[in-house]
Design a protein around this ligand. Sequence first.
Ligand SMILES: C[S@@+](CC[C@H](N)C(=O)[O-])C[C@H]1O[C@@H](n2cnc3c(N)ncnc32)[C@H](O)[C@@H]1O
Length: 263
Amino acid sequence: MKLRNLINIKKYKNYHKFKSIKTFKQWQQDNPEGTFDQYYVYRVTEKLKIRDGDHPTLTLASTIKNDETSGESIFRFLIEHGLKSHHRVVDYGCGSLRVGRHLIPFLEPRSYYGLDVTDTFYSAGLVQIDSQIVAKRQPQLDLVDGNLVDQLQEDPPDYIFSVGVLIHIPPEELSDFISKITLLMSDKTAFILGTQIAKETDSTIHRNEVTWFHNKEQIESILAENNLIATDIKSGRELEEAKGVRVFWKIVKQLQLEEQPIN
Ligand SMILES: C[S@@+](CC[C@H](N)C(=O)[O-])C[C@H]1O[C@@H](n2cnc3c(N)ncnc32)[C@H](O)[C@@H]1O
């Protein structure tokens, strides 16, 4: 283990418990039918308990840290890129509503849709928002395979955004992940994807048990398969160790050319 990581870990009084967190392979032995996203939730939940809720984005009901600010810059960024209060917005992999808590009071009632693979994080995030705002704005929260998705497929949103999620999708599941989002898009939907990617376009970096910096070529080819095109809307900031780069892409459906009648 790198010295820097060890120092970081040692600041938690229960740091010795990190060793008890299972690797994906160990966890699969106990959960043979378990999927990777379920493992991700198990791992983050265990870490949150040991770290007493210290996590840059996620929280549990038992470990709430009242951080009102960390999602604000992303909220402002969405506004700079055209988001208006009358839009309907999907927050795909919404976690503990880090960005959602800024969007919910801003958007009209029933226009914020938070989707995630677990209700654990968004339930904990929801109680951090003023209950009067929640009652007035009625955020729609559901699982990625819940009923809300059927409703969104019939009536697609104006915006979908997904921040800090793609890095937790294994390379072999990327195609499925993007396809599921594509099903929620109409020709008018803008999908804002915020993620880190590998700096070398043709390599994938496996950062840790649940994190990848994917390679740009693979993502672009999956987007093309789904008839989507991406524009870079924020020039990438290089990450510390210069192996990765942070990007924000605006992804839209490529308009199909009308089929020409055969004479
Ligand atoms: C690092 S958190 C980011 C949460 C939130 N987007 C934010 O920026 O605060 C990653 C989130 O992605 C969710 N997630 C993991 N795999 C997913 C998948 N296959 N589909 C949708 N969400 C997923 C996790 O449950 C978690 O809430």
